[in-house]
Ligand binder design. Sequence first.
Ligand code: FAD
Ligand code: MG
Ligand code: MG
Ligand code: MG
Ligand code: MG
Length: 548
Amino acid sequence: VAYSEAKSPDGLNIADSSEADNKRKRVVVLGTGWAGTSFVKNLKNASYDVQVISPRNYFTFTPLLPSVTCGTVEARSIVEPIRKIVKKKSVDIRYWEAECFKIDPENKQVYCRANQETDLNGKEEFVVPYDYLVIAVGARPNTFNTPGVEENCHFLKEVEDAQKIRSTVVDCFESACLPTLSDEERKRILQFVVVGGGPTGVEFAAELHDFVSEDLVKLYPRSKDLVKITLLEATDHILNMFDKRITAFAEEKFQRDGIDLKTGAMVVNVTDKEISTKEIKTGKISSMPYGMVVWSTGIGTHPVIRDFMRRIGQANRRALATDEWLRIEGCDNIYALGDCATINQRKVMEDILAIFKKADKDNSGTLTVKEFQEVLNDICERYPQLGLYLKNKRLHNIVDLLKDSKGDVAKESIELNIEEFKTILSEVDSQMKNLPATAQVAAQQGAYLANCFNRMEECEKNPEGPLRFRGEGRHRFRPFRYKHLGQFAPLGGEQTAAQLPGDWVSIGRSSQWLWYSVYASKLVSWRTRVSVISEWIMRFIFGRDSSG
Ligand code: FAD
Ligand code: MG
Ligand code: MG
Ligand code: MG
Ligand code: MG
């Protein structure tokens, strides 16, 4: 029977686990986005009873969302039902379409609410007990509590958002044609404002510019001189996370294209017809009328996560803090990954004594170069900032490192005491930075965690591990390491900027083709791949669709 009579103390139905025998550990996964899906896809160990919970029963390929806003690609081509993804697996995975609204770590259960329109006779809420909990609920748009944003702006986070943007753009062009309007009103309606000069805002502005100049002005010739796209950014430059050359190219291209780029402008208020900004340097407030605003200024925290953070003493943070094994500190068997989490990387300086003791195998109180060299890889694994430091300073081994900090006194025969060891490594922690909130990070974390779960039993039997520090003896897995494969910034007009590992920058048509091929190959299924590619071809031949 797939129905459980059991009730939780607060009278809610408990998700039935009679299908699974009691020996199997229950793994509950929250979210079917990049992190959650990647976890589920890579889980191969059939000894788990897996339940996936998410209010959306599909995965979204977010890098192509901006293309959906202008009909370059259809919405259905970038989503894949989660049931199709899990059906192919040998592992038994069940899915519940529901939203988790409370996490209860004391009793090891999550509270969920079904979000279908069906009448469930008061059974829409239920609790799901877990042995392991994987939190991958992502983030939500951040309005910074700016008045009027929630009510008047479009966001670009979900497929529905992209579809709504598309129909609003076309609506604006149709409205501006109506015979009753004055020129002033037409101008207002055709004023499109994008807030946020990050990769998403920039790509959307570029995509919108192409849609307008390649397709819409041909159909609405009179709107040609009235339409205007404005991009607002609070800092001094757009695409801050990219190489300066890419930022400069993008800013110039936008200027040539006639996209009005206003940097140093912070939005302070949005009404139904006007958006007000404050010039950061002068504090001057000015307002402009608009037809549509798209808000894309970064990410904030889901209420369920904020509530959970408060309960576990992590209040006042933007994201859940985990250790390098993606486990939430201070919780038992709870993992967090993707946009809802950040890794609290340990500092070399915090552990400097332990590192020294570990390296000093003969307990002599000093380190020889050989002793140091022997643990270097282990230290780099536990503290990736050291590897980064060596790479950035082009140091190839310990002798280089010693020379760099001590001048020419360094010799192979030198012995270091703890104070000297501290001095040499004192700058290393400055290389630490948080991982970006990207699909690339989320997907790698999902795959990493699944691999840990696949090997859990084996590792419990044969504990292994690199350098073990105080209190960390039970880590049997290597810590998560992010491998950056590069990043694209599509800028419209078949021009894309690419920043590849090793700070290799390429801008132009060739990177656009690289973009096409990378994203086509990364799509989740052959169905989505075939449709996206044929839609790209259709767009080249017939242009974008403007009905709506
Ligand atoms: P998500 O993918 O957002 O998934 C979260 C999941 O949790 C969803 O399934 C959601 O329905 C579910 N969920 C939400 N609340 C609950 C709840 N209460 N209970 C249960 N489930 C819940 N990154 C790149 O690397 N390259 C790009 O080109 C790129 N382009 C982007 C373009 C756009 C327009 C956007 C919005 C993002 C883009 N990103 C890109 C960023 C990338 O999409 C995110 O970093 C990534 O989605 C994070 O994965 P995640 O699994 O943490 O969250
Ligand atoms: Mg996810
Ligand atoms: Mg997603
Ligand atoms: Mg993260
Ligand atoms: Mg020694």
